[in-house]
Design a protein. Sequence first.
Length: 309
Amino acid sequence: MTRRPMRSFLPWAIALLIWIVARLAWVMLAPQGHRDGAARVTVSDLSETTMQALVVRPPQRDRWRDAADAPYSDEFRSAFSYANGAATGVEVRYERVADTLGGVVRAMGLKPGMAYQLKLVGLEPVAGASEAANAGDPRWWSSWQLGRIGRWWCEACGWNVLDADLAKHVADGHSVSGYLLFDWFVTDARGDAKQPFALDSSLHVLWRVGQRDRGANDSPPRWYTLERDAHFYRPPLAGTQEQVGIFAEWEPDRPKRGELRLPAGSYEVGLNVTEESFHANLGEDRALEGGGFWAWVLQSELRFEVSGG
């Protein structure tokens, strides 16, 4: 039997190897949104990148304590405002095309050592308790989708309502909007922060380590060192440090943490920053001066398209 020379197979082997390497490089380097079967989130250039200060309205209350409940000085409380112009604010840089909504939040001159929720919020109340009832306006539809994967806020009630109660509240004429808490950040001693984000979770609320046992689906804690500058605190707190761990409670009956995918469609929503109050003032047994009550403080408008998936 005559053997074929090995070198006759060499060009084919080299060609196959080149194809395999090229395919692996494409899989590793191509954005997720461009892969077959993967979702694509495209952020519109019309999206605002600078957040505007909001007016805090009841039942919300401003928080005047850091993430470990240490109170700020009276002088700082009198001087601070989220509408301080260039000295105070939040800038957002979005990934224009990605497999989920992502980017980086940069905060400057906010309250020091403060925990802030990061969430998407409906810009209009839902028009009904079904997707069909909200199909006539992109803001209605967006609010509906956020509530389905997040939570429902009833303005008239001043509280959240459950999926099972949504239809009744809408029928009663209540303004109900959807929102989705998906991440958070904590500011440093100057009130600054930089937080990358990628939306993949539906969260209920934030807790300090030690406040509540972590559930199986809750996030791992993030640890922060709070440094208390004399410009913001009175003695004996001024000049001290304290470590605090913060974790997020998973929103029950929603996709597990890390598994959330936005439904396909065109979204017009708000990107919102909310002061985390750690359940202070939720009932008389939790009364805490300056503890706040989940104040919505900054927001910008955001448009994006979800396709594929």
